[in-house]
Design a protein around this ligand. Structure first.
Ligand code: NDP
Length: 327
């Protein structure tokens, strides 16, 4: 048993329900590994869980991803040693100084990749990876709409679409954010806080309807995303940063031109260890060889977790926010 410090959600609610406090952490159980956390990633799913949009029994520790150094092994764990550098996602309770994680969720961090960058790359990186490889297979000439293109997932989508020869129509809420997307390869830029007809602006920018719309903004962009698609285009609603999309009339897929609609989630694209390893290997490998850039847009001590979420929810961030054990 050791002491750990973690970010707890005491009950569903606003940021005032966050509590950073010490607690006992038992030794790792069978199949588990104890990890000293170097950094944990801040994600929108933490907001949904805290608010109760995704119901979770309280109290619980926030944080779906992280990276750190193995400090102890539970019974039955093989292939890992004390001192190994590891990363994970799809595992709650990561906003802590020390965690016990199932060994099957840990992946090796390549030499040369900083642990804080690895933590920042996992959840959003694997998300962008499945979105461009499996939800819609982006290839040369694919025209993709990417909303909130300077955000965490957005920056990675821009890079992964362009790396596959696709063309990105990027949106963001300010010209400064659009400059970030442009520097990462986005060819067409739209400041959606300044246009009345977003779908028209997307079609003008693309020269036609887009093949795929990657929409993690949700409520405020969904209708325009759908109206931006070419016939038989793919609407990928993968989040609701602006709020959840209300119930939907399926006939709109018909009138829009035989459209496809999916609402994917990472869990279904990393459920098998082999697929998880493949995606993590590709993402961390691209970080290691410099072909995928991770912008850490904010680095907060665990004790300042509420400030990190205030910035994320307030649209004041670019790239990825991480929490670290100390300042
Ligand atoms: P971001 O860094 O993209 O931050 C959200 C961005 O959304 C903001 O910076 C802002 O950019 C834009 N936005 C527009 N309207 C609002 C609003 N009302 N409130 C807050 N933000 C708004 O976050 P993440 O990269 O962490 O996540 C992006 C989306 O991806 C989220 O919806 C998240 O849930 C989803 N996601 C889904 C996964 C899945 O598997 N389905 C996995 C991981 C993330 P701007 O100012 O440019 O408009």
């Amino acid at each position: 048993m050791i002491r750990a410090t973690s970010v707890f959600v005491s009950e569903p609610g606003d940021r005032s329900v966050l509590q950073v406090r010490d607690h006992d952490l038992p030794d790792p159980a069978e199949g588990e590994v104890q990890v000293e956390v170097a950094a944990a990633g801040v994600n929108f799913i933490d907001v949904y869980k805290r608010q109760g949009v995704y119901p979770v029994q309280t109290p619980f520790v926030l944080g779906e991803e992280g990276a750190g150094t193995v400090t102890a092994l539970g019974a039955g764990v093989s292939g890992l040693s004390v001192g190994d550098r590891v990363a994970w996602c799809q595992s709650s309770g990561s906003e802590s100084t020390v965690v016990n994680k199932p060994a099957r969720l840990l992946v090796p961090v390549p030499d040369g990749v900083d642990l804080e960058i690895a933590a920042a790359a996992m959840l959003q990186g694997l998300t962008a990876h499945y979105l461009v490889t499996s939800t819609y297979a982006v290839g040369p000439g694919t025209v993709a709409l990417v909303h909130a293109a300077a955000g965490g997932v957005g920056q990675l989508l821009v890079q992964m679409v362009t790396a596959r020869g696709g063309v990105v129509v990027a949106t963001a809420g300010s010209d400064e954010k659009l400059e970030i997307a442009k520097a990462l390869g986005a060819q067409r830029l739209i400041n959606y806080s300044e246009v009345d007809d977003l779908a028209g602006a997307v079609r003008d920018a693309a020269g036609r309807g887009v093949d795929v719309a990657y929409d993690g903004v949700g409520r405020s962009t969904f209708d325009a995303s759908l109206a931006s698609l070419r016939p038989r285009g793919m609407m990928v609603l993968f989040g609701g940063a602006s709020g959840q999309v209300p119930p939907f009339d399926i006939q709109r897929l018909n009138s829009g031109g035989s459209l496809f609609l999916t609402r994917p989630t990472l869990a279904n694209y990393v459920a098998e260890r082999e697929e998880y390893e493949w995606r993590a290997g590709q993402v961390l490998g691209a970080v290691a060889d410099g072909s995928l850039k991770i912008e850490v847009g904010g680095r907060y001590p665990l004790a300042e977790a509420p400030a990190a979420y205030e910035a994320l929810e307030g649209r004041r961030t670019t790239g990825k926010l991480i929490l670290v054990p100390t300042a």
